[in-house]
Design a protein around this ligand. Structure first.
Ligand code: ZN
Ligand code: ZN
Length: 160
């Protein structure tokens, strides 16, 4: 049994739900035995455009850990090929309300990024980020979070 807080929290809440703003799309994430691989705040320009915020809050899980329970047909995908890694990222969002929900790498099913802001309930502790990436574009007004900060995205977190 792990004493890691992150793991313990996910063991207590092994199934979590999420939805877009309008509610047409809903999903569930199975976390029993497999907590997220990592949880990041990403400051890259593409994530700012993607979500319209100062940064994005992403939880990385296996694609088979997420299941759409409602409205998967309302998901639209934007193929973002202008990425730092050169890989095409499929950014899926609700075609009705525009909520960004999930990002996957074209042709890959082993990892996907969930926008933690669409997970239901208070997730500030359960989905606490572990690191900040692409800090070269970090907002100057954002106070220090105490998390590890990386100027770019380190190899071990490059989703490969
Ligand atoms: Zn929606
Ligand atoms: Zn990003």
């Amino acid at each position: 049994m792990s004493t890691d807080n992150q793991t313990t929290t996910f063991e207590a809440r092994p199934l979590q739900t999420g939805s877009c703003l309008c509610g047409q799309i809903a999903y569930e994430i199975t976390l029993s035995g497999a907590p997220p691989k990592f949880i990041t705040l990403c400051h890259c320009i593409n994530c700012k455009k993607w979500g319209g915020g100062g940064f994005s809050w992403n939880g990385f899980i296996s694609c088979d850990q997420i299941r759409f329970t409602k409205g998967e047909e309302h998901l639209k995908a934007y193929a973002d090929s202008n990425t730092g890694s050169g890989r095409t990222i499929l950014r899926r969002f609700c075609s009705n309300c525009g909520s960004p929900i999930i990002a996957t790498i074209l042709g890959r099913t082993d990892i996907c990024g969930i926008t933690v802001g669409t997970v239901d309930g208070d997730v500030s502790e359960t989905w606490k980020p572990q690191l900040e990436v692409m800090c070269k574009d970090r907002p100057v007004w954002l106070p220090d979070t105490g998390l590890k900060q990386y100027e770019t995205t380190p190899e071990e977190y490059k989703k490969n």
